[in-house]
Design a protein around this ligand. Structure first.
Ligand code: GDP
Ligand code: MN
Length: 398
């Protein structure tokens, strides 16, 4: 589950990480009130208005802007709220901005004493360990740094038995070229950041930029956080931070029905039981000249109700030109699944507006095939993989 910058900063702050302070608002008037409040607390007259969407590169897309007085706060917040923000990480349509973060300005123009770093904590899947990744090249695309100057990115692997040890935190601060107060501050920063990452069950905490101010304070200016979905059952306080407006609408709806659905770009919808078979079915669709429109694992039960829910979800995608059902009857018998499909098909009537190819294999596959062929419905059946691929190919050619 991804979080907004302001939510990530809230978590960081609760673990003692210094952050650029801010207030999240929904309207331009609230933005002005927030800016006044920040001025009282921090003394700064300048503010940064930051679009809150689940995408990086907001600065480049015009979603992060500096306001030098309250009129500008109002004007800029008004422009950003409601806009469709396009960044290198969004689609061409962009992401609708529902709220902005009004932040204290923490940069001093022309100040050569400030520097921006990159620090993230993430899971290294190759070693199965958490690691801190960091660089002196903060503020810009870390992907570009990785491509052009990979030697400027450092990693520090963490032993799960000890956690981040003080020596490692000091080494990171040293490699970032810091000494004196800034070194101490960075050591504290990294230690608290790592604690926040572990104790929130996150799989990523990316802070870019981490700012060193001219008075040698180290703070998080941005926060990109992903919490491990599998840990949310024990992190209810973070589950409440979920913003479904930022997620794929069809996936959210499918998730609520307990269907394991991932939206893809192709033209053939598929409904399968088991993730492995779903992957193989996507290959099958490619072999037939189509492209999978989704990944959908209906799981162990494939009764009429669930099958119908699955069909309706698949058909929400306007690019779907055909649906392939590929179910292996191991514990669940194929004839029962066939009955479910027939009942769902009848119940849907005109809502089922694309050709449907059904491959059932396993227990009672022969009975299932006969049931489908004798149903008098516009359904095509197959038992062999190749037969199913050929039938998909044929309907796509029509
Ligand atoms: P991103 O573009 O989505 O990664 O958003 P960031 O939160 O990283 O902000 C983008 C850029 O805005 C940063 O790299 C900074 O250079 C700039 N920025 C952020 N906060 C401030 C601030 O307080 N003052 C000024 N002048 N610039 C800021
Ligand atoms: Mn950033």
């Amino acid at each position: 589950m991804n979080l907004h910058e302001y939510q990530g900063k809230e978590i960081l702050s609760s673990f003692g990480v210094r952050i650029q302070r801010g207030v999240v608002v929904q309207t331009a008037d609230e933005a002005v009130e927030a800016a006044k409040k920040l001025t009282e607390e921090t003394g700064t007259g300048w503010h940064v208005i930051k679009a809150q969407v689940h995408a990086g590169g907001r600065g480049k897309g015009g979603g992060v802007k500096l306001a030098k007085n309250l009129d500008q706060v109002k004007e800029i917040a008004g422009q950003i709220i409601g806009m469709d923000l396009v960044t290198p990480q969004t689609s061409a349509e962009g992401k609708r901005v529902h709220q902005v973060l009004i932040c204290e300005d923490v940069y001093y123009p022309g100040d050569s004493e400030t520097s921006e770093f990159y620090v993230s904590v993430l899971l290294n899947r190759a070693t199965g360990r958490n690691m801190v990744m960091y660089s002196t090249e903060g503020g810009m695309d870390i992907e570009t740094v990785a491509e052009e100057t990979p030697h400027l990115i450092f990693t520090e692997e963490i032993d799960p038995a000890t956690g981040l040890i003080p020596f490692q935190a000091r080494k990171i601060a040293f490699n970032l070229g810091l000494s004196g107060k800034a070194h101490k501050e960075m050591t504290k920063f990294v230690t608290a950041l790592y604690k926040a990452y572990v104790e929130s069950d996150s799989s990523m905490f990316e802070i870019n930029p981490v700012l060193k101010t001219s008075d040698d304070l180290i703070m998080a200016v941005d926060a990109k956080v992903t919490i491990d979905d599998n840990a949310l059952y024990r992190r209810k306080e973070y589950l409440a931070m979920r913003d479904t407006r930022e997620e794929n609408a069809i996936e959210v709806e499918a998730g609520a029905l307990g269907l394991n659905y991932v939206d893809l770009d192709g033209n053939v919808g598929c409904m399968v039981n088991g993730a492995g078979l779903a992957m193989a079915t996507m290959d099958l669709i490619k072999m037939s000249g189509g492209e999978p429109a989704n990944f959908l694992d209906v799981g162990g039960t494939a009764d009429a109700e669930r099958v119908e829910a699955g069909f309706r979800i698949i058909l929400k995608d306007p690019n779907v030109k055909a649906i392939l059902v590929n179910i292996f009857g191991g514990i669940v018998r194929c004839d029962r699944v066939a009955e479910g499909i027939i009942a769902a098909f009848k119940n849907m009537g005109d809502a089922m507006n694309v050709p449907l190819i059904v491959r059932l294999q396993g227990t009672n596959a022969d009975i299932a095939k006969k049931l489908i062929e004798d149903s008098g419905l516009d359904l095509q059946s197959a038992t062999a993989f190749k037969e199913a691929a050929d039938k998909v190919k044929a309907v796509l050619a029509q």
